[in-house]
Every structure is written in structure tokens, then in C-alpha cells.
Design a binder for this molecule. Sequence first.
Ligand code: APR
Length: 256
Amino acid sequence: MSSREVEVVARALIDAKGKAVAFTGAGISTESGIPDFRSPQGVWTKDPGAQERLSLDYFLSDPDESWQDYIERFYSLMIKARPNLAHYALAKLEAMGLIEAVVTQNIDRLHHKAGSKNVIELHGRYDEVQCLRCNFREDIEKYVSEFRKTSNAPRCPKCGFALKPAIVYFGEPLPEKELSNAFTLARSCKVMLVIGSSLVVYPAALLPETALQRGARLFIVNLSPTRLDREAELVIREKASEFLPKVAEYLSSSQI
Ligand code: APR
């Protein structure tokens, strides 16, 4: 990575005077041991049929199998994952008043664990359950233990409907409040940092586009090409955990 790239991004954050948003995808968590989806080692790349099993229809048709898949694919990895230097760098930039929010497609809670305060989760969170009928929500741990004993999808204690992990399955709408807040941020930010996303899933992928249309400066930190590369002011083909700490370090050491 060039020190020029670090300096350009750092100065852009200073010039944004706090109106900067980080938009993150699975790529920011690969160095925490959570595979992404579309890289050569990605979840969908290695098991194309997996997407179908992570759909709302599949959950409704076979809640037990759907729970088994969720626990194997997400819960068992995420419960032990720890934030990496990229997550910590974003939390530090927020604490310095240079990032106003992280909008994430990730369900792994690593931004929260790293100390980020203003995090918008567009695709839900792995560590809670929700009831589609009465909207009951609770920490998922005891329901995972129950499933491991019975192999049956847990039932809602309030209305008896099958409980699901509080993640957005394919075919399920994104949470309205989170999506609306994310678009408000995208429309008003001066800088958007895209980190670790292939930008192929909608409506989340509309956010960087919206920021661009409103005149924001776009920077992409991603190991592989994305369809917005040509519109970005800079595309950094570096690991997020290497580039972002350099930006945070540059800003905390210089008096700019
Ligand atoms: N540093 C920077 N970029 C990385 C790193 C890293 N350490 N590791 C992987 N990447 C890049 C990959 O090159 C890839 O382009 O991160 C990107 C991750 O893209 P995807 O796997 O498509 O993940 P994402 O964009 O988050 O997917 C969006 O798709 O399946 C749904 O709900 C799922 O939220 C997910 C959504």
C-alpha cells in the first residue's frame, strides 16, 4: 500500500468534518476467521446451494433443517470470532469524531465488539432470535442449546410460532428503520468508505451509489474489483486490517 493512499484517505476524513460513513461487508471479517461469500473461499463459492437453504422460504418449509444450517454455518463461527485490526481502526476513527457511523451488511457483531457505537446492521444479527408472527426477540444462546438437545426449531414463548435467528434471510425484507437511517446517512455524508464488499446485493449496494450521486467522495478498500471501482476516487487493493490501521495511525500521530 502506498503512503499516498493512506494520506489521501486520512485527509478526506479530516475534510469531511465527521460526515464520513464506513460501509462494510464480509471482507472486513475474513481475518477474524469468518469466510466471506463470493471470494474463491467464499461460502457461496464453495457451496452454491447454500443460498437456497438460507432463504425465508426454506426456513418456513423446514425450520429444523434451517436451524441446523444456521448453527453450522454462522453461529458456531461467530460465537468465537474476535474483531480484527480493521474493526478496531473503525472504532478508533469514530472515537476521533472522523466516522459518524458504520453501516454493515455483516451479522457477526464484530463492530460492536471492537467498540464502534453507531452501527447500523442491515442484515440483522446472529446472536438473537425473532418471531416472525409477534416480533418477540431475545438472546439466542438458550435457544441454540435447546436446538442442540432436541433438533427441533425453538418455538416462540409468546405465540408458539417457530422462532428464527434474527438475520435477514434471502426473500426477507431488510429492517425498515435501519435501511431508512442508512440512506439518510448515505445522502448526507461527504465521504463513504466501502470496506470488504463485492457490492452485488441490493438494496444495501445502493448506498454507496446514493452517496456518490449526492457528491460524496468514494473510497473502496477491497481485495477484488467491484462495479463502482471506476467511480471511486481511490481503490485500495489491500487487506482492510492492514490499510485501516495505517489511516488511524496517520491521523492520531499527525496534527492535521
Ligand atoms: N480486506 C479487504 N477486502 C476483502 C478481504 C480483506 N481482508 N477479504 C475479502 N475481501 C473482499 C473480497 O474480495 C470480496 O470482494 O471482500 C468482498 C466480500 O464480498 P462478498 O463475499 O460478496 O460479501 P458481501 O459484499 O458482504 O455480501 C453481501 O451477500 O450473501 C449476502 O447477506 C450476505 O451480507 C451478505 C451480502
